[in-house]
Design a protein around this ligand. Structure first.
Ligand code: ADP
Length: 287
């Protein structure tokens, strides 16, 4: 079982030809509603790879919360530990202009009401995967009480508790997050500093260049397959989901990163933040 402790957001995307300035009204060209939030994205992407996944999070007692529960169940995710809160379901308001620029505002809503006691007794199995879109004290409770392998995807990179990293086995920042957390522009130096706290490994994702793994003994870069990328939204979520899936299957960290690169690279060839289904990538994994 993979336990994903994290956020669910409904993504409300508005396409406009140009952003309004304060006081101006513009018409919207297209309006789209989708499922998002790093926790939900990672849980669903892992379930699509046929792993048993439990999502531990919170949604509101509202229409969006109902839709979120239906979606997670349809995708085969165990929702018994999703709490319903007296707050709106988390919502991301995304405005996209004609140049591909975005303005994003997030109402954390129910995600922010998830409390440490909500997750007690919720996690079982081998792997914990969590991110920073919920309260840091909840992330800390999850990490400090989970008996199996603990992966923290530090997105967004807002870590204020200096002890948090000491409960992490594998830290998976992207390059920007890595620089923020390590306070260093140099990968090797930053990793050396972070490995004094993180237990096993730091995996820095490098977009089209794949990922680099740092452990106390060595570092190794694992390239990603070359693909024609059309939408890299959620690539990191798919990578983290696949990493958890292959570590749970017993692959070593280098093999798991190699497979996570293959799956995340496949995901950027299509629109949307969610990963491919097992049957879509089965052949690629054999090559
Ligand atoms: P994030 O989405 O968190 O910013 P990255 O951009 O580092 O994270 O991407 C995560 C992973 O997705 C990479 O390690 C790689 O496996 C895959 N990936 C992202 N962009 C590309 C790309 N253009 N070509 C191939 N793989 C990609």
């Amino acid at each position: 079982m993979i336990n994903v402790v994290g956020s669910y957001n409904v993504d409300l995307t508005l396409k406009v030809s140009k952003f309004p300035i304060p006081g101006e009204t513009v018409f919207v060209d297209e309006f789209m509603t989708g499922h998002g939030g790093k926790g939900s994205n990672q849980a669903v992407s892992a379930a699509r790879l046929r792993s048993k996944v439990k999502f531990v999070g919170a949604v509101g007692r509202d229409h969006h919360g109902d839709r979120a529960m239906e979606f997670l169940k349809e995708e085969g995710v165990d929702t018994r530990c999703v709490k319903r809160k007296d707050a709106p379901t988390g919502t991301a308001y995304i405005i996209l202009d004609g140049n591909g620029e975005t303005i994003i505002m997030v109402n954390r809503g129910a995600n922010y009401l998830l409390a440490p006691n909500d997750i007690e007794g919720c996690m079982d199995g081998d792997i914990l995967l969590t991110q920073m879109e919920i309260r840091e004290e909840v992330v800390k409770t999850a990490l400090s009480t989970f008996p199996g392998l603990r992966i923290l995807n530090p997105a967004p990179a807002v870590i204020t508790d200096q002890n948090l990293l000491s409960y992490v086995d594998i830290l998976t920042p992207n390059e920007v997050e890595f620089k923020e957390i390590s306070n260093s522009d140099d990968l090797s130096h930053g990793a050396e500093v972070l490995l004094k706290r993180v237990k096993k490994a730091i995996i820095v994702t490098l977009g089209e260049h794949g990922a680099v793994i740092f452990t106390k003994h060595r570092s190794v870069r694992i390239p990603a397959p070359k693909v024609d990328a059309i939408d890299t939204t959620g690539a990191g979520d798919v990578f983290n989901a696949a990493l958890a899936v292959f570590l749970e299957k017993g692959y070593d960290i280098e093999e798991a990163v190699e497979k996570a690169n293959i799956i995340a690279a496949a995901s950027v060839k299509t629109y949307g933040a969610l990963g491919p289904r097992w049957e879509e990538v089965e052949d690629l994994l054999k090559e």
